[in-house]
Design a protein. Structure first.
Length: 235
């Protein structure tokens, strides 16, 4: 049985660039945000299946892995209650997580979605899913520190590959800038990834930030404890 490797991410965490790197490898099937699509549209095609629930989506990913390893990336603006209602759906999947210091991610998220609510910032949902994955599989999930990934991509990707049982392919750390068809539905969220050619730290500055806005500061104060819990487990 080929593995299904899941990368769970709060929004604005460099996860799309990570997925782009996995596409560049050429030896895994990459599935982009099926659970977000499921919540937004009520169903999601995965391989030859159409899933109408989170457990059904996980089952479809396992079926897809009959052909070759599968890498699936999803974000946690939603809780995906179906996975908590049927935790066995999380079993026998290699669960990994990516987390980034919240100041930049919150400013970026609010810039794209000004009316975002506190829960959709996603760190709380990410932590809950981390605990669920650990409980179900009795293996501590792999956690990637996105800031360290940006600072030293080769070392961090090498560690990640070793942890999930994939060969490290250094050439996959660089790619041609392009807007991938997988990103079309949510293209405005992936502009930076489409313009990128590797893991690159953002130089963007935002007018509204955690340091000058009370609402964003409240978001930060709410999610910082979850970030700290997750980053303790970073590889």
């Amino acid at each position: 049985m080929n593995p299904v490797i899941a990368l769970w991410a709060h929004p604005r965490s460099i996860s799309t660039a990570f997925g782009r790197m996995m596409m560049e490898r050429g030896d895994v099937t990459v599935v982009h945000e099926p659970l977000v699509t499921l919540v937004d549209y009520g169903s999601v095609p995965i391989g030859e299946q159409v899933a109408d629930s989170a457990p059904a989506a996980m089952a479809a990913l396992r079926e897809l892995a009959a052909q070759r390893p599968v890498f699936v990336k999803d974000t946690t603006e939603y809780r995906y209650q179906g996975l908590f209602d049927e935790p066995s759906a999380m079993r026998d999947i290699v669960h990994t997580f990516i987390v980034r210091e919240p100041k930049q991610t919150i400013a970026s998220h609010v810039h794209l979605l000004p009316d975002v609510t506190v829960d959709k910032i996603g760190y709380g949902h990410l932590w809950d899913l981390f605990e669920l994955a650990w409980q179900v599989n009795r293996v501590r999930p792999v956690v990637v520190d996105a800031d360290r990934l940006l600072a030293d991509p080769d070392t961090m990707v090498r560690k990640y590959c070793a942890a999930v049982g994939l060969p490290h392919i250094p050439e996959a750390l660089h790619w041609a800038p392009e807007a991938r068809p997988e990103w079309e539905r949510t293209a405005r969220w992936h502009v930076d990834a489409a313009r990128s050619s590797g893991f690159e730290a953002s130089t963007k500055e935002y007018a509204v930030t955690v340091d000058n806005d009370e609402r964003l500061r409240a978001f930060y104060d709410h999610h910082l404890p979850y970030y700290k819990k997750l980053i303790r487990h970073a590889i």
